[in-house]
Write a protein that binds this ligand. Structure first.
Ligand code: WQD
Length: 334
């Protein structure tokens, strides 16, 4: 039986495919390449020495999704496929709701038809909104401030309702904090199209001269140095968390929710300094106005994932910064 990885050519998806294959899982990958590239698939094969079936399918294509389930013996689905740019979601809410919600409904309908009722869902710490305190536990209040975050919260509720209606539905909700870094080989990593929204890819483009300087969005937050604090987690740690979640889903029923973070918060300026130290280079920056929708601080209490999944982050901020930059350097070489 196989693990179906939707969005498996993406940043987190590709790293998860590597860890799944390395742990002995059989996988089937589905992607529409709207925010990823076909060459990633061979990089996954190169890194693991293993092959897998791939389907270029858009989740909005019911016939394409049906074909994947009809042709493969799927045991569990890890569902990454979805649009994830916060700013774009504010500009294009219909695109985000249609793609992320309708796509997931089509996926779940195909799962139901084929009696596949185990799903690990790529959720996000964004469902916590602006937390009343930190670190954040899984039972904290949920609220969202942008359409992207609302699709994640709605999908958590939809999947939970599936379990209420039919307890055979086994749902794992993984709430990611801030994934950064790359596989140590530099063969796969984060390569967003256009000018990056997120901090680390933006810093990398300043480091390689593509962008002139970093704009630090506000230094007047109630944080140690006034800049935003986040829980940055190495993407390989995040990928391993999915392997553990798949293994646990074979033993646990119901709806299980886990924060996948390190439990340590770093400010924007902490990240700039760590990147400069890890890679021995300077990152010019200016203090700019706050970005709409940003919150002061967000970092996880990862105790539950440690106790129930037997998982905790292994990599520190230096490796995250070094691996992010190493990936960018390898991209330049190729
Ligand atoms: C991090 C910090 C910014 C860029 C978002 C989504 C979340 C997840 C990760 C998908 C903040 C500051 C950033 C820049 C800056 N995405 N910053 N200058 O906003 O915490 O989370 O991405 O799942 O769901 O909400 O990540 O990397 O955009 O920002 O000063 O050019 O860096 O203000 O404090 P964020 P980010």
């Amino acid at each position: 039986m196989s693990v179906l990885v939707t969005g498996g050519a993406g940043f987190i998806g590709s790293h998860t495919c590597v860890e799944l294959l390395n742990s002995g899982e059989e996988i089937v990958v589905l992607d529409n390449f709207c925010n990823s590239k076909p060459e990633v698939l061979d990089k996954i094969r190169q890194l693991t020495g293993k092959d897998f079936k791939f389907y270029e399918v858009d989740l909005l294509d019911p016939d394409g999704v049906e074909k994947v389930f009809a042709e493969n013996d799927i045991e569990i689905v890890i569902h990454f496929a979805g649009l994830k740019a916060v700013g774009e979601s504010v500009q294009k809410p219909l695109k985000y709701y249609h793609n992320n919600i309708t796509g997931t409904l089509i996926l779940c309908e195909a799962m139901k038809r084929h009696n596949v009722k185990k799903i690990v869902f790529s959720s996000s710490a964004t469902v916590y909104g602006n937390p009343h305190t930190v670190p954040i536990k899984e039972d904290f209040p949920l609220s969202t401030t942008n359409p992207y975050g609302s699709t994640k919260l709605m999908l958590e509720r939809i999947l939970t309702d599936l379990n209420v209606a039919d307890p055979e539905w086994n749902v794992t909700l993984l709430r990611y904090f801030n994934p950064i870094g790359a596989h140590k080989s530099g063969l796969i990593g984060e390569n967003p199209n256009g000018i990056p929204n997120n901090l680390m890819p933006y810093i990398c483009q300043v480091a390689n001269g593509t962008l002139p300087r970093l704009n630090v969005f506000g230094d007047d937050y109630p944080t140690p140095d006034g800049t935003g604090v986040r829980d940055y987690i190495h993407v390989v740690d995040l990928a391993v968390g999915h392997v553990k979640a798949v293994e646990r889903a074979r033993e646990l029923d119901g709806v299980n929710i886990y924060n996948l973070g390190t439990g340590t918060g770093y400010s924007v300026l902490d990240i700039v300094k760590a990147f400069e130290k890890a890679n021995n280079l300077k990152i010019p920056y200016v203090i700019a106005p706050r970005r709409a929708g940003d919150i002061p601080a967000c970092y996880a209490d990862p105790t539950k994932a440690k106790e129930v999944l037997g998982w905790e982050a292994q990599y520190g901020i230096e490796e995250m910064c070094r691996d992010s930059w190493n990936y960018m350097l390898k991209q330049k070489e190729n």
